[in-house]
Design a protein around this ligand. Sequence first.
Ligand SMILES: CC(C)(COP(=O)(O)OP(=O)(O)OC[C@H]1O[C@@H](n2cnc3c(N)ncnc32)[C@H](O)[C@@H]1OP(=O)(O)O)[C@@H](O)C(=O)NCCC(=O)NCCS
Length: 295
Amino acid sequence: MIDLSDLALRLEAASDDRALAVLGFRDDDRAEVRLAIEAALHEPERLAEIQTLAERLRSAIGRIESPADSLELPPADSTWRGIGVVPMLALLAVADDVRSFHRSRGISTAVSDCSLSDLGQQAWVHRRTFGAFGLHTYEWMATAFSGNLYWLGRLQFNLVEHDGEWMLSTHIPEIGPLTPESVDDSFRQASAFFAEHFPDYPTRLFYCGSWLLDPQLAAVLKPESNMVRFQKRWTPTGEIGPADEDAVFFVFRRRGEFDRSTLPRETSLQRAILDKLDSGGHWSSWGGTLEKERT
Ligand SMILES: CC(C)(COP(=O)(O)OP(=O)(O)OC[C@H]1O[C@@H](n2cnc3c(N)ncnc32)[C@H](O)[C@@H]1OP(=O)(O)O)[C@@H](O)C(=O)NCCC(=O)NCCS
């Protein structure tokens, strides 16, 4: 149980500038986190809210079988210092617990730090999307902070179970081009990493569920583009569902209400996404698998 004085100590330690940099927070966001922590420390009601969330997050650490998505975290408090800021402080409060779990699996500090730095990356994505401090993707962060997300080179991976089989689900953060060499290297790292640190979850396949696997993309982008070459690696397992919002979010960093005619049409991808939507078409997310031995 994290009592209130322990929580205050955790939050004070988390507001250290270097600690925030290690967690991937960029300058503007580090300043905002520090202000939020300072404010929370003087608001008993807020501390109680963070405490409840932190306890729930902590109970999920290391529970690979029960994904963090099933934690049913309450909706982000959108009025207090920005969307998802209360959950962000709860995540910060349990970061050391996740690190302990990583150590218990023999995972290096470098991989541990890199994996948890998705928190700062998501704060940056939030700022790019809404022009403000926050963390609207905090439910996704619950997976990383359950000890089931590893950032290994270009890609991130977590263990997922499909039809009784464990697979390495693959995620593509926005950190630059998706070159085939960087993807090969990441797959190699992931195969070795999970075999060493999670031998109790043997895997045969990588899995990817993403708008990047929509076959319509291959029809509109150059065949030699990184995205088409990435898509071609996977054996499709079928359509998962609508992804118009995902495509717009990942390409334009927009969510909710906005005027589509104001979005840029500078790249072939931007034009392709908008042309399809403007003509009444849709994007979908697709699943695909890839045998580890073939990477
Ligand atoms: C996936 C990603 C890394 C691919 O980037 P990349 O390696 O540069 O892609 P490609 O080389 O295949 O680009 C093909 C074209 O699309 C453009 N493009 C690629 N990603 C773009 C993006 N996010 N926004 C705008 N244009 C983009 C390229 O500029 C290029 O345009 P051009 O033909 O006019 O020169 C990038 O789209 C990205 O960071 N996306 C956000 C993360 C994401 O979607 N993750 C999956 C979540 S399910």
